[in-house]
Design a protein around this ligand. Structure first.
Ligand code: KG4
Ligand code: ZN
Length: 333
């Protein structure tokens, strides 16, 4: 079993079919993300449709990632794939593809946790941090703070008790009559709005490092209902800006607490919500060194899976074939 050569990474945990070629030194030689788009009209991802589209797209996306890097399968040193958490049907497509490639080519396989991928995305930034550092991962499915002790080892300090931050963006956007996915649309709708117009809660009385966005969601629901349809539409920018600010400040409040509690003075961000412009700007004033991946590495991609794989064990063919997808991150958190 050979390991030399770049890592071919595959990620199919949700609705993006992704492949990337990542060098052993962390250089991203290519990263292809095929967003399925077909889910927008349903207001969310339909698991079965996602899985079927992955089947259609995955080989094309892998070929494209190799071609863009000017490489072929002969150059690949090992395969990396997202094992979970995510939609099981979607994950299985990536896993089956990765297993077949590894078996056919006699290559080792690295199973990567999706959240570990979001954490590792930051190692692509110029001048990446060496652990230890604090990391905030905020995506559509998860939101947590981690003390990254070593590249492949981290301790979760706090996590959301209900919705993930991205989910809150998506639900808020829906209440404001915006489309899906809500994060980027709400950010756009907030442009020119007054972030202080509505006093939405940040769950500030909740102690500790856990997050909760349920109260915020309810507050927006009641505000929109009380304003009425016409007035809500007229004040959409203010509502969006205030809602966005509440999420960002709820995240920052826990980040500040965690920095204080741990004494860490370096922070990284990851996950789709780390693409948010207000969050990216505000972390700059925390008084600590910060690394935030470029936007395309915050949202789902395979390059982050390849980056994480650099520090994880390589499975030989027999063990690789036995790998099963997992839907939730509970075993990890
Ligand atoms: O990490 P990701 O691509 O997928 C998951 O692992 O969930 O995160 C997707 C989430 C969605 O909820 C989306 O609305 C949110 O990230 N998101 C944003 C922005 N871009 C994506 N939220 C706020 N502002 C953005 N610019
Ligand atoms: Zn993700």
């Amino acid at each position: 079993m050979s390991c030399e050569g770049p890592i071919l990474a595959i990620e199919t945990s949700c609705d993006d079919t992704c492949a990337a070629l990542v060098g052993e030194d962390g250089t991203i030689r290519s990263s292809v993300v095929s967003s399925q788009g077909v889910h927008d009209r349903f207001g969310g991802v339909v698991p079965e449709i996602a899985a079927r589209h992955h089947v259609e797209l995955v080989n094309l996306v892998v070929d494209d990632a190799l071609a863009r890097a000017g490489a072929s399968l002969d150059d690949v040193g090992r395969i990396a794939v997202t094992q979970g958490p995510g939609l099981v049907g979607a994950l299985l497509v990536g896993l089956a593809t990765a297993k077949s490639l590894a078996a056919a080519r006699g290559l080792g396989l690295v199973a990567v946790d999706h959240l570990h991928g979001h954490l590792a995305a930051t190692s692509a930034a110029p001048d990446p941090f060496e652990p230890p550092f604090l990391a905030l991962v905020a995506s559509g499915g998860h939101t947590f703070l981690a003390h990254v002790v070593e590249h492949a080892r981290y301790e979760v300090l706090g996590q959301t008790l209900d919705d993930a931050a991205g989910e809150a963006f998506d639900k808020g956007a829906r209440m404001l009559g915006l489309g899906y996915p809500g994060g980027p649309l709400l950010q756009h709708a907030a442009l020119g709005g007054d972030g202080a117009a509505f006093a939405f809660p940040r769950a500030e009385r909740m102690r500790g490092l856990d997050f909760s966005f349920a109260g915020l969601k309810t507050a927006l629901l009641y505000t929109v209902r009380d304003l009425g349809e016409q007035e809500s539409a007229r004040r959409r920018a203010d509502l969006a800006a205030s809602f966005q600010r509440a999420i960002v400040e709820a995240l920052l409040l826990r980040v500040e607490r965690a920095l204080e509690a741990t004494g860490l003075d370096r922070l990284t961000l990851g996950g789709g919500v780390a693409a948010n412009a207000e969050l990216r700007e505000r972390v700059g004033s925390l008084g600590v060194s910060v690394r935030v991946p470029p936007v395309e590495l915050c949202t789902d991609n395979a390059a982050m899976i390849g980056l994480a794989a650099r520090h994880l064990p390589v499975l030989a063919a027999a063990d690789a074939l036995a790998l099963e997808a997992y839907a939730t991150g509970e075993h990890l958190l």
